[in-house]
Design a protein around this ligand. Structure first.
Ligand SMILES: [Zn+2]
Length: 267
């Protein structure tokens, strides 16, 4: 009997997700430090020993080494298996939801971007331009081939070609999401003479808007802000952080919202 093609496709997506997650882990550590993501090969941040291929197998090596470096015993960040597992689940869900549709490719790419940004903001409070601006450009290219979702184009540009609808939704999404936050930040900086909201958050919002379009982008913003408020306040209270000085990784929560939308809705 031939193996079920559908099951084969989803298994392949899961394995691809693990491998992509492994590459994202390299990006999450190196991009905020301005290091190349291709060379040198993986090394232990504790003892700088180069990591052999058999200690670099996604998920399995972490389990086999019990989360410690073979040479110096330094803990390997739990982020490594978490990101690999997250991407495996996301790619599996995308394959299930979008099947052979070209949109699967767009959302897989988008999920990778926001998962990487979630972690760079969480670990280093950085949303690197390479990921935000680079992702925004990639989003515009995707918008040329795959329609950015939205309904407002029907009112403004009724009966127009798919390409113009898509670019309209992408552009409007970026403006609707990033515009108000950018304006608030500019006013705040003028009045208080210091920077409140980082420009990184503005670029991240523009990126989310280009991929998701205005309506779904706002849904991502809503999920992100709500989860950020609840989790952030709980963390400040439980970890006894100083609420006036603790810097909440707002971008990470935006990424959670953005990552969930294409998985809970078929866009
Ligand atoms: Zn080591």
């Amino acid at each position: 009997m031939l193996p079920d093609l559908e099951a084969l496709y989803i298994s392949a997506a899961v394995i691809l997700g693990v491998l992509f997650g492994s590459f994202l882990n390299v990006c999450i550590y190196r991009v905020p430090r301005d290091l190349s993501v291709v060379a040198p090969r993986s090394f232990c941040p504790g003892c700088a020993a180069s990591i052999r291929w058999f200690d670099n197998v996604p998920l399995l090596s972490y389990a086999f080494l019990k989360g410690r470096c073979r040479y110096c015993g330094e803990r390997i960040a739990l982020r490594y298996p978490i990101v690999e597992l997250t991407m495996a689940i996301m790619f599996g869900l995308i394959a299930l939801e979008y099947r052979w549709d070209a949109r699967a490719l767009k959302w897989a790419f988008f999920e990778g971007l926001v998962v990487a940004l979630l972690w760079t903001d969480l670990e280093d409070r950085i949303l690197p331009d390479e990921l935000t601006l680079g992702g925004l450009l990639a989003g515009l290219v995707f918008a040329v081939f795959i329609r950015t979702p939205g309904q407002l184009n029907e009112i403004v540009l009724p009966g127009s070609r798919m390409l113009w609808q898509s670019l309209f939704n992408a552009g409007l999404g970026a403006i609707v999401l990033a515009g108000p936050i950018w304006l608030l930040g500019a006013i705040y900086a003028r009045v208080r003479k210091r920077e409140g909201l980082g420009l990184g958050d503005v670029k991240l919002l523009a990126l989310i808007g280009v991929f998701l379009g205005p309506e779904n982008g706002l849904l991502a913003l809503l999920i992100g802000t709500l989860s950020g408020s609840v989790v952030g306040l709980a963390y400040i209270w439980l970890a006894r952080k100083n609420a006036s000085t603790y810097e909440l990784p707002f971008g990470s929560f935006l990424c959670v919202g953005a990552a969930l939308v294409p998985l809970i809705k078929r866009l």
